[in-house]
Design a protein around this ligand. Sequence first.
Ligand SMILES: [Zn+2]
Ligand SMILES: [Zn+2]
Ligand SMILES: [Zn+2]
Length: 251
Amino acid sequence: MKIILLGTGDATGTPKIGCRCKTCMNAREEGWQRTRFSILVQNRGKNILIDTSPDMRYQLLSAGVGKVDAVIWTHGHYDHFAGFGDFYRVQKGVKVYSVSEVLHYINGFLYFMSYKPVEKEAYKPFQLFGLNITLFDVNHPPLERSLGLSIQNEHTKVVITGDTNTAIPEKSLEIMKNADLMIVDAIAPEGFNLKKHMNAGEAYRLAKSLNARKVVFSHLSHFYPPHYEAAAVYPVGKDMQEFIFDEDNRD
Ligand SMILES: [Zn+2]
Ligand SMILES: [Zn+2]
Ligand SMILES: [Zn+2]
């Protein structure tokens, strides 16, 4: 299994349009950026997208992805689904997995596109290209449903929190335990008091309390210092960062 962080940014991305803060200026000067949130999961030669970022076309071209085999949507926020339109003209009938509320909501925007919604229930594992996937509820007000995922094969467990604050249901916390890699929503550095997301301290404490072997922060805003400064303090992810897992070579 291989995981690629296609986009590690929040809804605005970094640099943010029109922003002249230190981080956004540094991003422009040094030529780095955080595109909007998507993760690519590769297994048995298949490509699964977790969310379809508004930066999708650029991300798929950057990762050299020629065909998308499945999509899983975590929730109905623009920065997590809008890029689906970037490949519906390239591929017909892509299967998209989520819970019924999320599929129904997003279909209100994407109703004219050709794709195949596949309803799944939280806490009921399903198989996709040799991976055991479990969706679970997290907490991202005011949305009623926002999902995290556990993705497992016989050797490896990867957990993605999705967009969430710390008030995650107990039933979900059970599923999130003992991940080899945990990709955590940590939208802002410590000290920010957030209702919809976790700050860096909350995200790190959550991952450690769940015994994650490796932690990486994603969904990052321009409130962090420039990437290389932030990376000295926090386990911040980087666009196109890869994690490769197999029997003999675990990251
Ligand atoms: Zn988001
Ligand atoms: Zn900025
Ligand atoms: Zn969101």
